[in-house]
Design a protein around this ligand. Structure first.
Ligand code: CA
Ligand code: CA
Ligand code: CA
Ligand code: CA
Length: 332
């Protein structure tokens, strides 16, 4: 799990586009990373080749296995599900970042029946991850997948805000399942969303992470059991991050209502963050004073009957999809 999850402090402060190696005691050699557009062209071709030459099998528990096609008559390629009216269905999202447009393919095996997470919500999900390597020798392309992580029984919600862009884009396309309380005291889920995603390296770990090499596309299968709405603002006390939420759920800090809660680094250079009301570089979902009037948002949520700010634990909640903000009424 920790390969995927990394501290949100790190994500705020570190978006390194260079890698450094130390040559001797006083000289640091800076190696520029590969241009995103060049690497994406390679990744895109390799991912599409993989989709055309592999098929899936899904067992009774919705575990997904990917295999190389050996008999095209009985093993429909993943690519062939693009035209499927039922499921599985191969779809893609266009993701605009790094000055290019990525095609992010994902396979819907089952949609799920609950609520969709936003890109700033927590997900309770099992998953299995591989990275894809493609080498060409004598004009023959060989593709290999290497397994790097499995989480079968997740025991906590993973905050999508702290994950790779591919996850932030694909998980919100799926719905959670139903919570089932079993007679023996255990808990399970049914009718949860099941899918797979095929992530270009620019939307994954571009320059590598742990055992995952640089410039490798990632392939995940997953099951989305449950989601958790989050409220992200924090303070730093004695160099420690302390949660300091403002009572407005992060999903409701999607100010322009485009379905994605943006941080500046996720946008193309020069694009104004539509989810940063005061334009100070801190998006509303991390900003304790959204409008920059030096009065904290938390205290601006007033009870219309009394005109007084609500005590924090009494701020009313709104139905899903609506926003409780400033005047304590629920906005679409
Ligand atoms: Ca908030
Ligand atoms: Ca938005
Ligand atoms: Ca701000
Ligand atoms: Ca304010």
């Amino acid at each position: 799990m920790n390969k995927i999850k990394y501290s949100f402090i790190v994500i705020i402060t570190v978006l390194s586009i260079i890698s450094c190696s130390k040559k001797d005691d006083d000289e640091v050699v800076v190696t520029p990373t590969k241009p995103y557009d060049e690497q994406y062209a390679i990744d895109s071709a390799n991912i599409e080749e993989y989709l055309k030459t592999n098929y899936i099998t899904v067992d009774a528990d919705y575990n997904v296995t990917f295999s190389k096609i050996t008999d095209p008559a009985t093993q429909p390629s993943i690519w062939s599900y693009q035209e499927n009216t039922g499921f599985p269905k191969l779809l893609y999202r266009e993701v605009q970042v790094h000055e290019i447009v990525y095609k992010l393919y994902y396979l819907v095996i089952r949609e799920g029946v609950g609520e969709n997470p936003m890109n700033v919500d927590g997900v309770l999900a099992s998953y299995s991850g591989d990275y894809l390597t493609s080498t060409t020798t004598d004009n023959v392309l060989t593709q290999t997948t290497t397994h790097f992580e499995t989480v079968l029984y997740p025991n906590s919600f993973m905050d999508l805000y702290g994950t790779i862009r591919g996850w932030k884009e694909v998980f919100p396309q799926f719905k959670a399942g139903n919570y089932v309380s079993n007679e023996d005291g255990t808990v399970s889920y049914d009718n949860y969303g099941v899918g797979a995603m095929f992530i270009p390296s620019g939307l994954g770990y571009y320059t590598g992470n742990g055992g995952i090499p640089a410039y490798t596309p990632l392939i995940f299968s997953f099951k989305l059991y449950s989601i958790s709405r989050m409220d992200h603002e924090y303070s730093i006390l004695n160099q420690t991050v302390v949660p300091d939420p403002d009572g407005v759920l992060s999903m409701h800090e999607d100010i322009d209502g485009d379905g994605y809660v943006w941080t500046a680094s996720e946008l193309n250079e020069g694009v104004v963050n539509p989810d940063d009301t005061d334009g100070d570089g801190v998006p509303d979902f991390l900003d304790k004073d959204d409008d920059g009037d030096n009065y904290t948002t938390k205290l601006e949520i007033k009870n219309p009957a009394t005109g007084e700010p609500y005590p924090f634990d009494q701020i009313p909640t709104c139905d899903s999809g609506k926003k409780n903000y400033l005047d304590a009424t629920c906005h679409p």
